[in-house]
Design a protein around this ligand. Structure first.
Ligand SMILES: *[C@@H]1O[C@H](CO)[C@@H](O)[C@H](O)[C@H]1NC(C)=O
Ligand SMILES: *[C@@H]1O[C@H](CO)[C@@H](O)[C@H](O)[C@H]1NC(C)=O
Ligand SMILES: *[C@@H]1O[C@H](CO)[C@@H](O)[C@H](O)[C@H]1NC(C)=O
Ligand SMILES: *[C@@H]1O[C@H](CO)[C@@H](O)[C@H](O)[C@H]1NC(C)=O
Ligand SMILES: *[C@@H]1O[C@H](CO)[C@@H](O)[C@H](O)[C@H]1NC(C)=O
Length: 409
């Protein structure tokens, strides 16, 4: 009986939430959705969570998830204004419902690493998920960044990623901020039909391995209108990624928008069909990058990439394909590549470079990059004592509309 009345109450709350959403202007909704309404068993404050930044809210969040997941229809979990400290949480499906997580408050990841199994907020096996609001998912990484030794050790302990989607289908993340993650801010794995819109990702430029958004083994992922400034790649696209769209993204500080590193592990799948359009990179250590390990352990293909209408502002290595990536000599330096790079178009890319090399195509002798097109690329070295240049090896394709010093193929 109690269960039934709970379900009725939840449905009423969901209807109320939809009504409130309908009353808000489309513009306000696009910025992150409607404000929260009391949601009974789905409101973590009503479940006893204290937004004091100190009390542990993990059990209340897990309870709200269970309540939502066990119900049917559309269920809206509410995190009201306040600072809610939690440890690691696995929010698992399959669920009978479509779940909205309304984030008005801030979630803080505890600095106690014993409170995590692996990641911080890991959402898995869920269909129809929406996370929206103006709140922040704050990993409080500064408490533990000094425990990251991945710069020195190949088999380092990986600190918790902040938000992880595993095997999620149909997801939207809108309006929220991801800040100061311990490791990656958002990791999208084995998921499809994911939209990341108007999200902010922020961490210091020198924080270790704080990638903004990492995508792997996923398809149909769109990142739009999003601002990312972090200590590693703004966006990194790993093996098995297909149909990836990146539009209107601002990146910097950070290491740029990267495909790879490919070939580090056995059995990696291809990366195919990537479009990057209308993006701006500011002061990043790389711009548009494709990197694969020299003499790699697998042979995924990288193909059908289009980079279009991208502005570079003081970017180091603005355009770079590196088939011989081998940081800290963790691979065999044979000079050979097993990762084929084909059909990569750079079109209307302009701005300034912080390195003399505006274009670097470092392809392997045994497996040249094929079908590379440089169209209207106009990038100028913005330093003194040197000149703008393109350094290209083993790249086959064509250039058009480029200054002589950049037309390297
Ligand atoms: C997800 O949404 C689709 C389309 O609206 C619907 O058919 C499906 O039942 C939903 N799944 C869940 C678990 O609610
Ligand atoms: C891709 O995902 C979006 C949601 O982000 C969805 O609307 C669209 O139908 C999907 N496209 C394909 C081809 O599955
Ligand atoms: C360009 O970026 C470098 C570091 O990447 C920085 O040291 C330099 O001050 C920047 N220059 C300008 C003009 O912003
Ligand atoms: C670099 O760019 C800035 C503006 O972005 C400009 O003021 C400066 O003169 C440029 N430096 C050189 C050496 O071209
Ligand atoms: C100009 O830049 C290139 C590429 O970084 C470098 O190899 C070369 O030594 C530089 N020349 C001068 C005069 O600094």
């Amino acid at each position: 009986m109690a269960f039934i009345s709970n379900v009725v109450a939840m449905k009423a709350a969901a209807v109320a939430a939809l009504l409130v959403m309908a009353a808000v202007s489309p513009a306000a909704r696009a910025q992150g959705g409607a404000p929260s309404v009391p949601a009974g068993p789905l409101d973590i404050a009503q479940l006893g969570a204290k937004g004091d930044g100190k009390s542990d809210s993990t059990p209340m969040l897990l309870k709200a998830w269970k309540n939502a997941c066990d119900a049917t229809g559309v269920q809206k979990i509410v995190i009201p204004p306040g600072n809610y400290l939690t440890g690691g949480m696995e929010l698992s499906g399959p669920c009978k419902s479509s779940i909205i997580i309304r984030l008005d408050g801030n979630l803080l990841g505890t600095g106690d690493l014993n409170a995590y199994k692996k990641n911080w907020i890991e959402i898995e096996n869920v269909e129809n998920l929406s996370i929206n609001g103006h709140g922040t998912i704050d990993g409080q990484g500064a408490l533990v960044w000094n425990k990251n030794d991945c710069q020195h050790s190949y088999n380092c302990k990986i600190l918790p990623n902040s938000l992880v989607l595993d095997f999620v289908t149909n997801a939207q993340i809108r309006g929220i901020t991801l800040a100061n993650s311990k490791f990656f801010h958002l990791n999208i794995f084995a998921s499809k039909n994911v939209l990341i819109d108007k999200v902010t990702v922020t961490a210091p430029g020198n924080s270790p391995n704080t990638d903004g958004i990492h995508i792997g083994d996923s398809s149909n992922v769109t990142i739009s209108g999003t601002t990312i400034g972090v200590g590693d790649d703004c966006i990194s696209i790993g093996p098995g990624s297909k149909m990836i769209r990146i539009e209107g993204v601002k990146c910097g500080p950070g290491h740029g928008i990267s495909v790879g590193s490919l070939g580090r592990y056995k059995d990696e799948k291809d990366v195919e069909d990537l479009k990057v359009k209308g993006c701006t990179l500011v002061g990043t250590t790389n711009g548009l990058r494709i990197k694969s390990y020299e003499d790699s352990k697998s042979s995924p293909k990288a193909s059908k990439f289009l980079y279009e209408d991208v502005t570079m502002d003081n970017v180091s290595y603005p355009i770079i394909i590196d088939q011989k990536y081998c940081p800290n000599n963790i691979c065999v330096r044979s000079g050979a590549s097993k990762v084929a790079v084909t059909d990569v178009v750079f079109k209307n890319i302009h701005g300034t470079s912080n390195t003399p090399e505006a274009i670097t195509l470092n392809c392997a002798n045994n497996l040249p990059c094929q079908g590379v097109q440089l169209i209207n690329v106009d990038i100028k070295y913005n330093g003194s004592g040197n000149k703008t240049m393109a350094v290209c090896k083993n790249a086959i394709g064509k250039s058009s509309g480029l200054a002589k010093e950049l037309a390297c193929i």
